[in-house]
Design a protein around this ligand. Structure first.
Ligand code: SF4
Length: 188
């Protein structure tokens, strides 16, 4: 009897909420050709191109908030190919969520200002190698490494203070690799 009584008692809430982060794949379209990725445009595996509906996403944000999901990470495919990516960022930011975005960086010079205005709080740019040449070869995006190394213009008038760009080295190792470590330090 005691067993059943205790099993019906609601479990104590943990001192933290899970999950705190939700990754949202906003499109299955990508402009790159990374050899490790099924979204690569040259593999032609994605089928019909899909883009998250911005109105439906706005309706989902309060639900995520009620579920205590504090951080959203927008990803793809390549999220900057979503025609309403700024609206997605704005919906999440206005809903009080911290919004991160993972990108290959190709469209950042065009998009970074409006993303900042929309409330983007964290930016992650994937790198494939310490070598710009190797990185661009794998991505199939000539010039993308040079653009990433130079950085992106952000409007100075607003108080956007994102976390530093967080390069994600995917086909090499990490900061434990001395060549990657040098490459990352050169981007500070
Ligand atoms: S940029 Fe990202 S989504 Fe596109 S092919 Fe490369 S790893 Fe895949």
């Amino acid at each position: 009897m005691g067993f059943w009584r205790s099993s019906r008692t609601a479990p104590a809430r943990p001192p933290f909420s899970l999950p705190a982060v939700c990754g949202v794949s906003v499109t299955n379209v990508c402009n790159a050709t990374c050899d490790f990725c099924a979204y690569a445009r040259d593999k032609k595996l994605i089928g019909t191109a899909r883009f998250v509906d911005s109105l439906a996403f706005a309706e989902a944000v309060p639900i995520l908030r009620r579920r205590q999901i504090r951080h959203l990470t927008l990803q793809g495919g390549e999220p900057l190919l979503h025609p309403a990516i700024e609206a997605l960022v704005e919906s999440a930011a206005k809903g009080g969520r911290q919004v991160a975005l993972i990108t290959n960086g190709w469209r950042l010079p065009l998009k970074i200002g409006r993303l900042a205005e929309a409330g983007l709080s964290r930016l992650l740019v994937s790198l494939d190698s310490h070598s710009v040449t190797e990185h661009e070869r794998n991505r199939g995006l000539p010039g993308v490494g040079s653009v990433s190394a130079k950085g992106w213009p952000v409007p100075s008038k607003r108080d956007w203070s994102p976390s530093p760009v967080s390069p994600s080295i995917v086909s090499c190792a990490s900061r434990s690799c001395p060549r990657c470590s040098d490459a990352l330090d050169s981007m500070r």
